[in-house]
Design a protein around this ligand. Structure first.
Ligand SMILES: NC(=O)CC[C@H](N)C(=O)O
Length: 194
C-alpha cells in the first residue's frame, strides 16, 4: 500500500516517516502524474495560500478532485485541512472545496500560536499527542461530517467518508496513530474495491 504526501510546500518528510511507521510506503508527490502511483494522499501543514496557489499552478486542483471522486482517501493536516475545506471563514475563496466544513484560519490567537496537548480522537483508544502551530479550527460541519475530536468545545478533527482533516500536526510527534487511522481508511478502500 502506498500513501503520497503532496510535496509542493510544508512538512513533507515528517509525514513520510509517520506513514512508514504504519507499514505503508510513503511517497512525495510533486507532479500530478505521480498521483496514479498512490492509494491515498496526505496534504501537509504549511501555508494554505501558498499550497493552494502551487496546486492551481501545477494542475493539482482538478487532479486531486478526481482522486477524491474515485473514493481514494485524502488526509489534510493543518494548512492541508484548509485546502480541503469547502469554505474558509472571511472573504477568502476555497481551494479544493471538497470537504463540507467551514474553517477559520489562525484561530487560536497570537499568544497561543503554538502549543501541545493530548486529545481524545473517536476511534482511537488512548489520547493522541497533538501539536498546534498557527492552527485553524473547524467552525461548521455539514450533515455528512463526523466530528472525531474536540479541543475545549472546538472541532479539531473530522471525517467525511474518504476525507479526514485535523487542525494540528500529527507528524511532529512519535505518535503515529492518526496516520494508522488514515492507513486503515486506505486499506478499507482497497479491500472494498477488490
Ligand atoms: N501549521 C500550519 O499548517 C499553519 C496553517 C497556516 N496558519 C495557514 O493558515 O495556512
Amino acid at each position: 500500500m502506498r500513501i503520497g504526501v503532496l510535496a509542493l510546500q510544508g512538512a513533507v518528510t515528517e509525514h513520510i516517516v509517520s506513514i512508514e511507521k504504519t507499514g505503508a510506503q510513503g511517497l512525495p508527490i510533486k507532479r500530478v502524474e505521480e498521483l496514479d502511483r498512490v492509494d491515498g494522499l496526505i496534504i501537509p501543514g504549511g501555508e494554505s495560500t501558498t499550497i493552494g496557489k502551487l496546486m492551481r499552478k501545477y494542475g493539482f486542483i482538478e487532479a486531486v478532485r478526481e482522486f477524491a471522486g474515485q473514493g481514494k482517501p485524502i488526509f489534510g493536516t493543518c494548512a492541508g485541512m484548509i485546502v480541503l475545506a469547502k469554505r474558509i471563514a472571511g472573504d477568502e475563496a476555497g481551494h479544493l472545496e471538497l470537504m463540507d466544513i467551514t474553517v477559520a484560519r489562525n484561530a487560536f490567537g497570537r499568544q497561543r500560536e503554538s502549543f501541545e496537548c493530548d486529545l481524545e480522537v473517536k476511534g482511537i483508544a488512548e489520547p493522541v499527542r497533538a501539536v498546534f502551530i498557527r492552527a485553524p479550527l473547524i467552525e461548521e460541519v455539514g450533515p455528512d461530517v463526523e466530528v472525531l475530536t474536540l479541543y475545549k468545545d472546538e472541532i479539531v478533527t473530522a471525517r467525511q467518508g474518504n476525507l479526514l482533516a485535523c487542525s494540528f500536526h500529527p507528524e511532529l510527534t512519535d505518535d503515529y496513530r492518526l496516520h494508522q487511522y488514515f492507513a486503515d481508511m486506505v486499506e478499507d478502500r482497497i479491500a472494498a474495491n477488490l
